[in-house]
Structure formats: structure tokens, C-alpha cells
Design a protein around this ligand. Structure first.
Ligand SMILES: [Fe+2]
Length: 143
């Protein structure tokens, strides 16, 4: 069979397909990396919680970046964006570590919301000192 003309071998997307998943969240692939199943499972569970918290922290920094106001707007606006970018680097490292352990990294924001330990802030705008306190206390609280 010609692999260039078959649906799976031609490099074309399978449009309108809804197949079964290939790995469920919370399960591990077998990998020859020298770590036992229980160790990898524990690490993936903990890393996914930190990954969820880090994604929430990224979003919190971006929200505060957008909502910043007042006389110190510009410096705080830039600083909060820098912190957000730093979180994205960490998010990627954590997710790829989960994958390298055979797990499934949490990615969908709705799933992230289920796993995070960070309390949801108000949807509206808070005073600048409250936003800054919320950001710094969330960043240092850990999970
Ligand atoms: Fe921006």
C-alpha cells in the first residue's frame, strides 16, 4: 500500500475525526528511563499541580499587566509582563518534564482550573496595591 496516498501516511489531517484518546490523563507510558512506575506517577502528579499553579500565575501576571494603572503604571506594566514571560518558560519546562516521565501534562485551561490550589481572584479590577500583594503572595505561596 502506498503510504503517500493512505489517510495515515500522507501527512494530511484527518478532518472531522473524533477518535479515542491514545493516553488518559493520570496514566503513564512505559519508558525505559530507570525510574519505577510509582516514582514516576508521584512525580507527574506533583509536577502537574505545580504546572497548573504556574499557568494560573502566568494568567494572573498578565491580567495585572493589563489592568495596571496610576503614576507607576509604566514600570509596573513592564515588570508584570516580564514576570508573566518567566512563568511561560517554567510552564514549558514543567510540561515537558511530565511528558519525559511518561505522563500527560495538564494543558487545557479548564483542566488547569480544576487542579490549581491558587484561589480564584475577583473577575473585576482591584486596587493596585491589592493586585501587587496578590501577585507576590501567590508567587511565593507555593503548592
Ligand atoms: Fe502587553
Amino acid at each position: 500500500m502506498d503510504t503517500l496516498t493512505t489517510p495515515l501516511g500522507g501527512g494530511q489531517p484527518l478532518s472531522h475525526q473524533k477518535g479515542a484518546g491514545t493516553q488518559a490523563f493520570g496514566t503513564l507510558k512505559q519508558l525505559p528511563i530507570g525510574l519505577g512506575h510509582d516514582t514516576r506517577m508521584y512525580a507527574c502528579q506533583r509536577l502537574n499541580r505545580v504546572l497548573a499553579d504556574t499557568q494560573i500565575l502566568y494568567s494572573l501576571y498578565k491580567k495585572h499587566h493589563w489592568l495596571m494603572r496610576g503614576a507607576t503604571f509604566y514600570s509596573l506594566h513592564l515588570m508584570l509582563d516580564k514576570h508573566a514571560e518567566a512563568q511561560l518558560v517554567i510552564v514549558d519546562a514543567l510540561a515537558e518534564r511530565v511528558q519525559s516521565l511518561g505522563g500527560v501534562a495538564v494543558g487545557d485551561p479548564r483542566h488547569v482550573a480544576e487542579l490549581t490550589a491558587i484561589p480564584r481572584p475577583p473577575d473585576g479590577v482591584e486596587p493596585v496595591p491589592v493586585m501587587l500583594y496578590r501577585g507576590s503572595s501567590t508567587h511565593t505561596s507555593g503548592s
